[in-house]
Design a protein. Structure first.
Length: 275
């Protein structure tokens, strides 16, 4: 590599961003395995910037981009973030969870990234920091496609924000892979459900690994709104769930299998969130 920088403050980080494009390092669990292709250039290591790490629970819930999966899994978070914590425990093995970060997971933008469906179910936003400004973008708009995001060349993802409006109810995460551990998802689902007087008052369902990016299932959410909690399963038909998905054939599964799996996993996630 030509240059390595490890800023220790936000002003220092902004100064480095102003000097030109960098390969951003935040944990390195995606970057290092492809080191031959990725490390030929300037590296900007974010892990020493204090403001980019940690979880703040106030009105909104703010997770610094360099917060590790282990820190997320063990934090005292609201029940609506339970799906995110369940997903955190399935991101690789323990060593990956100790080093890998939520910001790196999002910027890698894999359709199979475990952290994305739970965040979509909470209407998460991402905070992007440039040399002179900070802006926020809805996570759904940040993810443009496989390995593609709306991050500008002079920006880093500095935080993930779960708004107070997206922290109602409880959530659950379920994942299907070819084996039990250390596996890339064939399909995965996060559901967040809020129940009042035996009926669904708020619901959000997101599916990953079944489209170019993880997606919210708006047709399924519409079908569930106001439903009796004892009668939700028949509402989650294949037709309703397929309305917002576009699964593909690949080495892990066929599109048909993915769709069948998504239908079953959505039911399990919804029931799990209501449990």
């Amino acid at each position: 590599m030509r240059n390595y920088a490890r800023p220790t403050s936000l002003p220092d980080l902004r100064s480095h961003l102003a000097k030109g494009p960098h390969r951003v390092l935040a944990g390195g669990t995606d970057l290092y395995p492809s080191a031959a292709a990725q490390l030929d250039g300037s590296i900007l290591d974010l892990m020493a910037v204090p403001g980019l790490r940690g979880i703040t629970v106030g009105g909104d819930l703010r997770i610094g981009a360099c917060t590790t999966w282990t820190e997320i899994a063990t934090a005292d978070l609201p029940p609506a973030a339970r799906a995110l914590q369940q997903a955190a425990l399935q991101v690789g093995g323990r060593q990956i969870q100790n080093a890998g970060t939520i910001g790196g997971n999002l910027c890698n933008a894999s359709p199979a990234a475990d952290g994305i469906p739970p965040l979509l179910a909470c209407d998460a936003r991402v905070e992007l920091t440039s040399p002179h400004a900070t802006r926020e973008v809805a996570l759904s708009a940040f993810l443009l496609g496989p390995r593609k995001t709306a991050r500008h060349e002079d920006e880093v993802l500095s935080a993930v924000i779960l708004p107070q409006a997206g922290l109602g109810g409880r959530s659950a995460f379920v994942k299907l892979g070819a084996r039990a551990y250390l596996v890339i998802s064939i399909a995965m689902v996060a559901a967040r459900i809020e129940v009042h007087d035996g009926r669904i008052a708020t619901c959000a369902v997101a599916v990953g690994s079944c489209s170019a990016t993880a997606r919210r299932l708006y047709a399924a959410e519409t079908a569930l709104m106001g439903a009796d909690v004892a009668k939700v399963t028949p509402l989650l038909t294949a037709e309703v769930i397929a309305a917002d998905l576009a699964p593909i054939d690949d080495i892990r599964a066929t599109a048909t299998y993915r769709m069948d799996a998504a239908v079953e996993l959505v039911k399990r996630a919804v029931l799990g969130a209501m449990a």
